[in-house]
Design a protein around this ligand. Structure first.
Ligand code: GLU
Length: 465
């Protein structure tokens, strides 16, 4: 059997971390099993579906590198198929037209609640004769409901085992607003069947839809897929995940300078864990290790600081050559050579959490900066001493040939001059070259600035003292 799985988002919002996780696990399972990964856009809800969201979902999946083998298949383009199935269910007397108005339904619901019953459709239109239906259809609004049996059924979730569901409490449920307006529960089932889906891997919030879908399979004599419901993702306060917990759309994370590798690594661990205590794992390694049996079933807690940790890690592993095109240099106009720009990126990424931190942290290479004379003073050292030290540094630098003005050589000189009093030399030079108290090492800064500019900046510092 060839494994066929799908990611089936409704384009009613942007792709979020939870959706990315569902997509990732489907993708991993398909790849691990040499199967097929399908992208299906469930856009039957005309009011809430928007092209903009569909584009966002597709862009985000591409950016994450979760490429699909078939699709995108749009449900809005398959309405005829759903209509055929709806009619078949009606013809077989397994579904029926319901003319009850919203007001009537609400009234009944209130009555049931007062009697202490679980509200459910009371079956008013269940047995209308054909003639009545035909007549009323012409003038009245209607929906289409599936007839449910008066019994408890059990079904199997791959991770959770047997689950009981009481159809007596659900009542006949709506499968379509009109013949050409199927609801999710129906369109999703029809597609899973016709697209040969072998495993439905989706969020736990759909678990109670499963028995309803299984009933449709049974009525149509179809073989159902295996259902795997992924654990809920909760905020640290154990409440449903929301913006408040720092959960944003994938595209927002992208704008904020997160790397796709970090997002994938982060969402992979929301409900799954590779062998051992390993946390850092690439997409290729995930494919090798992925097993459905290893998914958790208990809720997983979302900890956004972990994402920062992964992002710092993946930034460190990237070469400046790979990062250069991902950075926005528009406000950092300069005449540095390509090699120097690479070096600047190398220095900037060391302290960065996101791509967006890189250039601001080495802004002094691009923009004039200022600082106070006091900043140049190392601890209790006198002003005079600092001034002398900078003079000494300058004299030594002046002796170096332009082409030898390299970090190693510069460090050697600073080490020699400072002996045991490193701070008295390194500190004022750092401030002179960056205007900051925290920066990459001053010998690296000096190399990028080059001899002439470095000496200029030292002179500026000496003047302040
Ligand atoms: N369209 C549903 C959603 O938006 C898909 C649920 C499923 O995977 O069955 O999440």
């Amino acid at each position: 059997m060839v494994v066929r799985v799908r990611f089936a988002p409704s384009p009613t919002g942007y792709l979020h971390l939870g959706g990315a996780r569902t997509a990732l696990f489907n993708y991993l399972f398909a790849k691990a099993e040499n199967g097929v990964f399908i992208l299906r856009i469930e856009d039957t809800d005309k009011e809430r579906s928007r092209r903009e969201f569909e584009e966002d979902i597709i862009d985000s999946l591409n950016w994450l590198g979760l490429f699909w083998d078939e699709g995108p298949i749009r449900q809005s383009e398959r309405i005829d198929l759903y209509e055929k199935i709806i009619k078949e269910l009606i013809d077989k007397d397994l579904a029926y037209y319901c003319f009850c108005s919203k007001e009537e339904l609400e009234l009944r619901k209130q009555e049931q609640l007062t009697r202490g019953e679980v509200p459910r459709y009371s079956g008013t239109c269940r047995n209308l004769d054909k003639q009545t239906v035909l007549k009323r259809k012409e003038k009245e609004n209607y929906v289409i409901r599936l007839k449910v049996p008066e019994k408890i059924i059990t079904f199997k979730d791959f991770l959770r085992g047997e689950i009981k569901f009481d159809f007596r409490q659900s009542g006949d449920f709506v499968i379509a607003k009109k013949e050409k307006e199927p609801l999710y529960v129906l369109a999703n089932t029809v597609d899973d069947h016709y697209q040969g889906i072998t495993h439905v891997i989706r969020g736990e919030e759909f678990i109670l839809t499963t028995p309803k879908q299984l009933l449709i399979y049974q009525y149509l004599d179809w073989q159902p897929p295996i259902f795997v419901h992924l654990p809920l993702v909760l905020g640290q306060d154990r409440s449903k995940l929301s913006k408040r917990h720092g959960a944003k759309s994938i595209n927002e994370y992208r704008q904020e300078g997160y790397l796709p590798e970090a997002i994938l690594n982060f969402v992979a661990l929301l409900g799954w864990h590779p062998a051992g205590d390993r946390e850092i794992i690439s997409l290729e390694e995930m494919i090798k290790e992925f097993k459905l049996e290893k998914l958790n079933k208990s809720p997983t807690i979302f900890n956004i600081s972990k994402l920062n940790y992964f992002n710092r890690h993946y930034l460190k592993t990237k070469k400046p050559e790979e990062l250069i095109d991902l950075l926005d240099f528009s406000t950092y106009i300069n005449n540095y050579s390509y090699e120097k720009i690479l070096k600047i990126i190398e220095l900037g990424k060391e302290r960065a959490t996101t791509l967006n931190d890189i250039l601001p942290s080495v802004e002094f290479f691009f923009k004039d900066f200022d600082y106070s004379a006091e900043m140049l003073i190392w601890k209790n050292t006198s002003r005079e001493k600092i001034k002398n030290n900078l003079e000494e540094i300058k004299k030594e630098f002046a002796k170096i040939k332009e082409e030898d003005f390299r970090a190693e050589k510069i460090k050697e000189i600073l080490d020699r001059l400072s002996g045991n009093n490193k701070g008295e030399y390194f500190w004022p030079l750092r401030v002179a070259l960056s205007g900051k108290e925290a920066s990459p090492p001053p010998f690296d800064l000096a190399e990028v600035f080059g001899k002439e500019k470095t000496i200029d900046l030292i002179n500026k510092a000496i003047e302040k003292l």
